[in-house]
Design a protein around this ligand. Structure first.
Ligand code: C2E
Ligand code: CA
Ligand code: CA
Ligand code: CA
Length: 275
């Protein structure tokens, strides 16, 4: 609504030519950034809500430009997808993340996001396993986060890819659960190890009694299916408390830890919470 309001008072809409010129510029910058390895993973803790211990980290891509500015993934991942750079970018980020994970205590898990379009690439699973093998990170320490839309796009290929990975011991998490339109059918079609409840549910659930019931139902569903439930976007103590009361397994959010560069993970306040 805010954006619309702004568009109304805007004196002119950028011409297609300008849009195109900007896109070409961003694409060229992105290509250079990948070449110079300027896009790196940050890590956000995943916390066991029963023991309060960190059980792993989710890698979240950050582009630090030469001018010191940070560009968030929602701005460059779509460009990388459209420009055909996502394979190269993912391989680079995953290699880096696996290498970082090697220096963590050996029970910690690395969780890594895949773009929806990547799951329609039949060789994706094997390429990921090759990277794990090269780096020497055991498959059971890696968890891949995929969204429902990724699976719906090309269900046959997605299954081949996921099977390759699962058979090697990699775990699969269904990300942003609740925001897609066929969540439940995906759950019965494929065996996920983990479900991540989308941040939007957690953000509103105390003020919205129905939302609270939805979260409760998802946690019960997880228990029934034997799937671990993670709640994203925990920002307040009261949200954490409620999720713990409901028996949610794992939590993630600014309250529990913000995404931070690899060097920060050695800090005392982080290592104190490792198991
Ligand atoms: P996501 O996978 O749902 O990741 C969670 C996002 O929520 C992250 O945003 C994280 O920084 C943010 N977040 C975590 N805790 C809180 C909280 O308490 N409050 C709020 N408001 N936000 C929180 P980020 O890092 O900007 O990433 C956005 C999206 O970009 C990710 O959503 C994921 O879909 C995508 N992404 C990030 N890294 C990669 C990557 O390496 N590859 C691919 N394909 N996608 C990535
Ligand atoms: Ca994710
Ligand atoms: Ca998510
Ligand atoms: Ca997301």
């Amino acid at each position: 609504a805010k954006k619309q309001g702004r568009d109304l008072v805007k004196p002119f809409v950028p011409s297609m030519q300008e849009e195109l010129a900007k896109r070409i510029r961003v694409e060229a910058d992105l290509r250079a950034a990948i070449r110079k390895a300027e896009i790196v993973p940050y890590y956000q803790p995943l916390v066991d809500l029963k023991t309060n211990k960190i059980i792993g980290f989710e890698a979240l891509a950050r582009w630090k430009t030469a001018s010191g500015e940070f560009i968030p993934p929602n701005e460059f991942i779509p460009v990388a997808e459209e420009a055909g750079l996502i394979v190269e970018l993912t391989d680079q980020l995953l290699r880096r993340a696996c290498t970082d994970a090697l220096s963590w205590p050996s029970e910690l898990v690395l969780s890594f996001n895949l773009s929806p379009i990547q799951l329609s690439d039949r060789l994706l699973g094997l390429r990921i396993l090759k990277i794990l093998g090269d780096v020497g990170l055991p498959a059971h320490r890696v968890e891949l986060e995929v969204t429902e839309s990724a699976i719906i796009q090309d269900a046959v290929t997605a299954r081949i890819v996921l099977d390759d990975l699962v058979n090697a011991g990699v775990r699969i998490a269904l990300d942003d659960f609740g925001t897609g339109y066929s969540s439940l059918s995906q759950l019965s079609n494929y065996r996920f190890d983990k479900i991540k409840i989308d941040r939007s549910f957690v953000a509103s659930f105390e003020t919205n009694d129905k939302q609270d019931k939805v979260i409760k139902a998802i946690i019960a569903l997880g228990a029934g299916l034997g799937v671990t439930i993670t709640a994203e976007g925990i920002e307040e103590e009261s949200q954490l408390q409620r999720l713990q009361d409901l028996g949610c397994d794992i939590g993630q959010g600014y309250l529990l830890g913000r995404p931070a560069p690899a060097e920060m993970l050695a800090a005392d306040h982080v290592s104190a919470r490792l198991s």
